[in-house]
Design a protein around this ligand. Structure first.
Ligand code: H79
Length: 464
């Protein structure tokens, strides 16, 4: 294999001091590494851990909100959490196959499973540290998951929490994030010690290496940092990144080893510099004008990531498909969550919603996969636009335009053609070179929710 002289892409772009182990590659190498992810557009997030068995309830008390946060919400100390949660966690062989096959059916191209969440319970075998699923009941959940991803041909993502509510060496004092009250009280009583955070960082690296040594991955989803607790100081970020690139040079990773702007919930979001990770990760938030560079919205079906027995605030299928289209039309990816139950079973409503998206994608996926953002300066009252290559646009009609006519501020070389995507029905199209406007007559279309897609073939002329 030809040995390539690697240039530091990040250094070229930033000319700023870099962490020693920032990924080094040229812009072309970067583009080729990112390609499957940029084209793939739609992924499934899977939140599964000890909290799944608790399902929003601990010691007889119910906690609303993000169910994977139940230890922090309840304040339970480690012993209580372990005692309550372990017996209720009953992973079943074969469940990962069900998750990934559902993802495939839904039209997802990649999947991301929580290999460990903030509770610090590892779903994979971690020799030397027994707070893991293998010790619990003999199933290495990540093993089965990776095998299922291979079986169904989906890219394999693993979420990896850098926060840890239960590791004895984790120092919560700088993290700026809720920490189980019970563990703080135990520390105050002298029953726990924080204080050796360097050892925790070593543990993170060892554990991450154990994960990589026995599981092939395409993507790592770190979670998460605060401005006061990030990067090398908080997590030994450079070492973790290097461990990933040493083992899987083509792997992709998000930006959450650093704080960046991940939890911003309004306004225009700025991109993350590449040395902090490959893409920006708005959570529960769809940036109204997109983000420069690569980005992915992660989203829940019902407001919680982890399974919660009482939560029935499900979004509708149409809402979810429109969220997907909004995101893709602005140039992003959409990572949509399921929270399986104690034994890995996917809640029936989640199955229904993902299958519904799959049915829609089977008919309209051409307008989603491999596309890029709306090329026009703004969005349209009637719906959204994606672009594929130099000569195809897809128009997602959410509603009839005024007078049944779409007006695009563009003209096309030669004769453009407009058709309804699902059946190729031709639509009348005309362009006016004097005004630079192209008109498509969609008055004959019934606009079924969530969207009807019109395909416009023709090379768009550059704006005057
Ligand atoms: O795994 C999911 C979340 O648990 C995780 N990221 C996604 C993918 C995440 N960890 N931290 N945060 C998100 C941000 C924390 C927000 C908080 Fe809160 C606001 C913590 C306490 C208040 C959200 C709302 C969690 C509990 C209540």
């Amino acid at each position: 294999m030809k040995k390539i002289l690697l240039l530091s892409y990040a250094a070229l772009l930033l000319a700023a001091p870099l962490p020693a182990q920032a990924p080094v590659e040229t812009a072309a190498q970067h583009d080729s590494r990112m390609q499957w992810w940029r084209d793939g557009k739609f992924g499934m997030f899977i939140h599964y851990g000890l909290y799944s068995g608790l399902a929003g309830e601990l010691e007889g008390k119910k906690y609303d909100g993000a169910a994977e946060w139940i230890q922090a919400h309840s304040g339970a100390d480690f012993d209580t959490y372990k005692r309550e949660a372990m017996p209720r966690f009953t992973p079943r062989s074969g469940m990962a196959d069900e998750w990934v096959s559902l993802a495939k059916e839904a039209g997802c191209t990649y999947v991301v499973l929580t290999s460990r969440h903030h509770e610090g319970f590892n779903l994979f075998e971690t020799p030397g540290y027994d707070f893991n699923a293998k010790t619990c009941n003999g199933i290495d959940v990540v093993d089965e998951y990776v095998a299922a991803c291979e079986k169904y041909g989906l890219k394999t993502g693993l979420y990896f929490s850098i926060i840890d509510w239960n590791h004895p060496d984790y120092d919560p004092t700088g993290s700026g994030i809720s920490y189980p009250k019970g563990n703080l009280e135990a520390a105050a009583r002298g029953e726990r010690q924080f204080g050796n955070h360097d050892r925790y960082k070593d543990y993170l690296l060892t554990t991450f290496r154990q994960l990589l040594d026995s599981h092939r991955v395409d993507l790592i989803w770190w979670d998460f940092s605060q401005p006061t607790f990030e990067g090398d100081a908080a997590w030994g970020a450079s070492r973790l990144m290097k461990a990933l690139f040493d083992k899987y040079p083509m792997a992709i990773q998000n930006n959450r080893l650093y704080a960046s702007n991940n939890l911003q919930h309004d306004g225009v979001m700025q991109p993350t510099p590449l040395w902090k990770g490959d893409y920006t990760t708005p959570e529960h938030y769809i940036p109204p004008t997109g983000i420069d560079g690569d980005w992915e919205v992660c989203q829940t079906l019902n407001g919680t990531w982890g399974y919660s027995a009482d939560n029935d605030r499900w979004k509708s299928l149409d809402e979810l498909i429109r969220e997907l289209v909004d995101v893709v039309s602005r140039g992003g990816n959409f990572l949509l969550n399921i929270g399986p139950m104690a034994d890995g079973t996917v809640p029936a409503e989640s199955v229904r919603l993902f299958r519904g998206i799959g049915a829609w994608m089977a008919a309209n996926g051409e307008a989603v996969y491999g596309t890029r953002a709306n090329p026009f300066d703004s969005e349209f009252a009637w719906g959204r636009v994606t672009r594929k290559g130099p000569d195809t646009l897809y128009l997602f009609l959410y509603a009839q335009p005024e007078g049944g006519i779409i007006e695009l501020p563009a003209t096309f070389a030669a004769e453009p053609a407009a058709t309804r995507l699902t059946d190729g029905m031709p639509l009348r199209i005309e362009q006016d070179p004097t005004t630079g406007i192209c008109r498509i007559d969609v008055s004959s279309l019934t606009i079924d929710s969530p969207a009807v897609v019109v395909k416009l073939s023709g090379t768009m002329n550059a704006a005057e």
